[in-house]
Design a protein around this ligand. Sequence first.
Ligand SMILES: N[C@@H](CCC(=O)N[C@@H](CS)C(=O)NCC(=O)O)C(=O)O
Length: 202
Amino acid sequence: MRLLYSANSPFVRKVMVVAHELRLDHRIEKVPTKAIATQANPALFADNPLGKIPVLVLASGDRLFDSPVIVEYLASLSEDGSSIVPASGPARWRALTEQALADGLLDAALLLRYEAARPGETAWPLWADAQREKISNVLDRMEASEPAFDIGWIASGCALGYLDFRFPELNWRAGRVRLAQWFDAFASRPSMVATQSPEQRP
Ligand SMILES: N[C@@H](CCC(=O)N[C@@H](CS)C(=O)NCC(=O)O)C(=O)O
């Protein structure tokens, strides 16, 4: 399998953490790929009309996206897959909803980054504030939730790692002691250490 990849993408990281946890990482060839919303990449568009990564290219030639679909596919390849994506019942819907929340936090964070790149005269502070509010709401929900080891919390861990990487000024740990303690332990897992962006490593 080939994964259209960037070491800085938190969605790619989530997929790679799952691959490591399921011991599938050695079956994935990482293909460095540029995905920038304002710069069309025709090769990437041919693989994913949305021009986004990650994309998993299978031996059959099929292209899988987006990251939740790739996660489900990887889980289907492993006997331990249901430990990460519960197969049925309330645990499944809870884990998938938590993944959607963490991914939504990342969508808001990426919008914030694009907003910050606008020329000054076109800045829209109201829009940036709205994204910050969404991020803060999701963080509060994470703080109040009971951690488990599943895709919901893997996605949450990757989202928190991204905030540390790109938005240290948001200081997400303030007032969220439980979440901060959970993340410190989670970030030391080999799968998280192996997938940290080289730009973020100390
Ligand atoms: N919902 C997608 C989001 C993927 C995404 O936004 N990827 C970013 C990189 S972190 C991207 O490719 N951005 C390029 C663009 O928005 O055109 C997923 O879960 O895979």
